[in-house]
Structures are given as structure tokens and as C-alpha cells.
Design a protein around this ligand. Structure first.
Ligand code: CP
Ligand code: NVA
Length: 300
């Protein structure tokens, strides 16, 4: 695997291999077994948006793997002053062994991969968040033992998270339902692809979509870059919340996941968040193990 640009590019087998490697790296980390597989390698981390989990998991991940990382805010890079991504890609390819990039436009990530000669990892765009979903699938497998046939219901905005959850979930044999207001659906091409599996549904009806779910998932109503729409979105998404009522129609042992950061009493109640904090923070921890698995697959 050279790059991780989006989950659609990966086969089911490749995704499962990443999850297996992540499990192995987690076991080794917990047991103090060193795994300096990327000794001497340098990863550049380009951020055009804020981050807590992605930045820290990739930095610590590179350290654990025996390599090092460079945090590159796009505000400080010449890219922030208009140097084109094609040139940035060709220059950084001469210094680094890989790049993780978080930005707005998916085309920027694709251009880095096209013009660069080193592995490119997508750390979130407006279109998708593949790294997060690998950690999510790892967490579902950890809690449920198996993924195939499980039902995941996403409630909220049809955003980058939704797009990647649909692709990852469907590829691994899950049933995926999305409850979102009309006009806020996930990417049309991804939905078309998902419908073809016969295991996808999407509707504004939250309780209908959540029925019999094994996994409930939500994310913020206004993503990074949509701050100006936040007040309007609070009205539109008011009833798109994970709360006790939603849990009452899900399976009794349903787990609740959230990529974080969370806004309590918006997309999730504080009560549900705290009652399910164990799996939510295991999910956050798994970012580290899953990101290390991606680094090993791409950079080794
Ligand atoms: N979930 C996630 O990607 O978190 P950060 O924005 O903190 O990286
Ligand atoms: N949809 C959110 C995810 C944050 C991890 C955003 O893009 O801001």
C-alpha cells in the first residue's frame, strides 16, 4: 500500500490487514515490546485545520516506531502564501519519507500523491476521514468480536466522517444506516455505491434508522470550516442526537462511538456520552494503534 487517500481505494483484505497490524502493535505497546520498524524515517505532518488526536497519534506513533515527525502548519509553510501543492509535493519528497496531510479539499491530497514520490496519508479532508474510521472499525471488532453483519447507524450531518464510515462499514460487511436531515446527505457517489451492496439505508427518520443497531455513531453538526453555519445548523440538526430514546430502539448491548471532539447536548447527550465513555475513549486511544499500522503499511 503506497498511500492512504480514501478508504474506497482499499480492498477488504487490505483494511483487515491494517486492523490486524493495529491489534498486534497495541498488544506490543501494552506489553512493553518495542517495534522500531521505521527507524530513521521522517514523517511530515501538514495541518491546515486544528487537531488533537490526529496530530498526537501520528507524532507519538512515529516516535514509537523509531522514526520522527515534523509538524508543519500550513499557515507557516509557503503553501499558505500560494506556493502550489505540486511544487510542495516535489520539494518535500526530497526531504521526507512520508506526509500526513489534513486540509479542506480532497483534490489537494490527491495532487500531493500525484506529484510527490513518497507515501501520502489523508488525515482528514472535507470529503473523508479514513484514519479515524480504521480506528473505529478496530474498536468495533474489539468490543463485538466480529464486524460482518453488524449494524452501524450514523446520526447527524452527512459529512467526512459519514462518507468514510459508509465505505469502511460496507467494505467489511456491515449494514450501515444514516439518519440525516434532507439536504445534508453524505456524498452522492458513495451513497450510490453503498446502495448497490443492499446493506445501506438513509432517511431523515432517526428512530427508524437506529432500530436494532449494534453501533451508534455521531459527529459534530458543524465541521471545521463550517463555523459560520453553526447557529443555523443547531436548528436543522436539533433532533439528530444520540440520546436515551435512540438507545431504546437499538440493541440492548449497542455501543456508542464518537470521533471527537464532542458537543454535549448537541449531537449527543452528556448522559449517554458518560455512560459510553469507555468505548469512546478506547476508540480515541485506538487512533494511535491504527495510525501506526497505516504508517507501517505505507512507509515500511
Ligand atoms: N477525531 C479527530 O480526528 O480528532 P482531531 O481533530 O483532534 O484530530
Ligand atoms: N466532521 C468533523 C470531524 C472532526 C474530527 C470535522 O471535519 O470537523
Amino acid at each position: 500500500m503506497k498511500n492512504l487517500l480514501k478508504l474506497m481505494d482499499l480492498s477488504e483484505k487490505e483494511i483487515v490487514e491494517i486492523l490486524n497490524t493495529a491489534d498486534q502493535l497495541k498488544f506490543e505497546k501494552k506489553n512493553g515490546i518495542p517495534h522500531r520498524l521505521l527507524e530513521g524515517k521522517v514523517l511530515g505532518l501538514i495541518f491546515a485545520k486544528s487537531s488533537t488526536r490526529t496530530r498526537v497519534s501520528f507524532e507519538v506513533g512515529m516516535f514509537d516506531l523509531g522514526g520522527t515527525s515534523l509538524f508543519l502548519s500550513s499557515r507557516d509553510l509557503q503553501i499558505g502564501r500560494g506556493e502550489i501543492v505540486q511544487d510542495t509535493a516535489r520539494v518535500l519528497s526530497r526531504y521526507l519519507d512520508g506526509i500526513m496531510i489534513r486540509t479542506f479539499d480532497q483534490r489537494e491530497v490527491e495532487a500531493l500523491a500525484e506529484f510527490g514520490t513518497i507515501p501520502i496519508i489523508n488525515g482528514l479532508t472535507d470529503y473523508c476521514h479514513p484514519c479515524q474510521v480504521l480506528a473505529d472499525l478496530m474498536t468495533i471488532r474489539e468490543y463485538k468480536g466480529n464486524i460482518k453483519g453488524r449494524k452501524l447507524c450514523y446520526i447527524g450531518d452527512g459529512n467526512n466522517m459519514t462518507n468514510s464510515l459508509i465505505v469502511g462499514g460496507i467494505k467489511l460487511g456491515m449494514e450501515v444506516s444514516v439518519a440525516c436531515p434532507a439536504g445534508y446527505e453524505p456524498d452522492a457517489d458513495i451513497m450510490k455505491w453503498a446502495y448497490e451492496s443492499g446493506r445501506f439505508s438513509c432517511s431523515p427518520d432517526v428512530l427508524e434508522m437506529a432500530k436494532n443497531s449494534d453501533v451508534l455513531y455521531t459527529d459534530v453538526w458543524a465541521s471545521m470550516g463550517q463555523e459560520g453555519e453553526a447557529e443555523e445548523r443547531k436548528k436543522v440538526f436539533k433532533s439528530y442526537q444520540i440520546n436515551d430514546k435512540v438507545l431504546s430502539v437499538s440493541k440492548p448491548d449497542a455501543m456508542v462511538l464518537h470521533c471527537l471532539p464532542a458537543h454535549r447536548e448537541e449531537e449527543i447527550t452528556a448522559k449517554v456520552f458518560e455512560e459510553h465513555s469507555r468505548e469512546i475513549f478506547d476508540e480515541a486511544e485506538n487512533r494511535l494503534h491504527a495510525q501506526k499500522a497505516v504508517l507501517v503499511k505505507c512507509l515500511l
